[in-house]
Design a protein around this ligand. Structure first.
Ligand code: GDP
Ligand code: MG
Length: 370
């Protein structure tokens, strides 16, 4: 896909194909008008003309298609924090999420593998918190690599009887790179070998100094089994969220991120999405990745049918033409026609990487014009 035809390159650079063919020849490349050259060669030719050639990413293309006015402050309202639970294997991520949700996924898990159900919302003191289920670190990394900034807070689970382990460190690095606030849940404090102070000591080595030791990392000793201190942990999440002043405008067309998606035999493509701004409604025409559709039905995390979903709300949606990828962004379009059209353009980009040509900031002329 990283190729461009001589014809297209000439158009992008505002030159004739003959000029481009000549430039290529000077580089020892014999090409006809319909032939393709690789992106590196194309950008070198562009540079000759003082033009910076960039690959059009899916993100930049989407931003152009769904460009929107900045929100005015009075349109912004508080939104729930989006939280992810991370940590080393067996330190109690699933148990903790379960205890928080008061459901019991762990018992149903086959072979101890975390069953992925997407995302859920819990309510604490009348305020909502949205939890994303991460089926291991890969999904989270994949989402982040694709530019999806979805989480506000990471709860880092560290077993009090085991301490900081390789995946704990990995989780710290992921959260820091993604600019996500970390709250530490020191789990399994009910166990005889539990040593929360040792955990704090080890975390300090990775730049997470506990508040009670003069740092700014909130550490809450908890037990997912005896359900100790879970309310404190959730209160801390709300406190951190409040300080971050998380806001969004609910009164516009929705956009957000695909959390997971699969093909359901009976229902067709099914996607769990997180609405990040605006309000998503049944009947909305949407674009997700290079797929599109009209929302036929929406279900909340408890499987109840809903007609609309505001910022920070996870919902399962039906009505897409194909299965999008986790980490894809979704946008509500103005019409079905526009949704289909934009999806086609995005699909086209995936086939042949689009190029964007802009005058180079530092051209040869600039260098010698002092
Ligand atoms: P995950 O791999 O991080 O999702 O960990 P799990 O939630 O599957 O828990 C791993 C094991 O630790 C299971 O046997 C849990 O029952 C146990 N466990 C989790 N939390 C606690 C806790 O607070 N106390 C005790 N004693 N055991 C726990
Ligand atoms: Mg698990």
């Amino acid at each position: 896909p990283n190729k461009v035809s001589v014809q297209t390159l000439a158009e992008k650079l505002g030159k004739t194909p003959a000029e481009i063919i000549k430039s290529l020849m000077m580089r020892g490349i014999m090409a006809s008008i319909n032939q393709e050259v690789d992106f590196d060669t194309a950008s070198q030719v562009a540079e000759e003309y003082g033009i910076l050639l960039e690959e059009e990413t899916q993100e930049t293309l989407e931003e152009k298609m769904f460009e929107e006015e900045p929100d005015s402050p009075e349109d912004l309202v508080e939104r729930p924090p989006v939280v992810v639970v991370m940590g080393h294997v067996d330190h109690g991520k699933t148990s903790l999420l379960d205890a928080i949700r008061k459901s019991n996924v762990t018992a149903k898990e086959a072979g101890g593998i975390t069953q992925h159900i997407g995302a859920s919302t819990v309510e604490v003191n009348g305020k909502k918190i949205t939890f994303l289920d991460t089926p291991g670190h890969e999904a989270f990394t994949a989402m982040r690599m694709r530019g999806a900034q979805v989480t506000d807070i990471a709860i880092l689970v560290v077993a009090a009887d085991d301490g900081v382990m390789p995946q704990t460190i990995e989780a710290i690095n992921h959260a820091k790179a993604a600019n996500v606030q970390i709250i530490v849940a020191i789990n399994k404090i009910d166990k005889p070998g539990a040593n929360p102070d040792r955990v704090k000591q080890e975390l300090a080595d990775y730049g997470l100094l506990a508040e009670e030791w003069g740092g700014d990392t909130i550490c809450v000793p908890v037990s997912a089994v005896t359900k100790t201190n879970l309310d404190t942990l959730l209160e801390m999440v709300l406190l951190v969220a409040e300080m971050a002043e998380l806001k969004a405008n609910p009164n516009k067309r929705a956009r957000g991120t695909i959390i997971e998606a699969q093909l359901d035999k009976g229902r067709g493509p099914v996607a769990t999405v997180l609405v990040q701004s605006g309000t998503l409604k049944v009947g909305d025409p949407i674009v997700a990745g290079s797929t599109h559709g009209r929302i036929r039905a929406m279900m909340d995390d408890k499987g109840r049918r809903v007609k609309k979903a505001g910022p920070s709300t996870p919902v399962e949606i039906l009505g897409l033409s194909e299965v999008p990828s986790a980490g894809d962004r979704f946008y509500v379009a103005e019409s079905d026609k526009q949704a289909r059209h934009y999806a086609e353009i995005l699909a086209e980009r995936n086939r042949e990487q689009s190029l964007r040509a802009t005058p180079n900031k530092v051209s040869l002329d600039d260098l010698f014009s002092q």
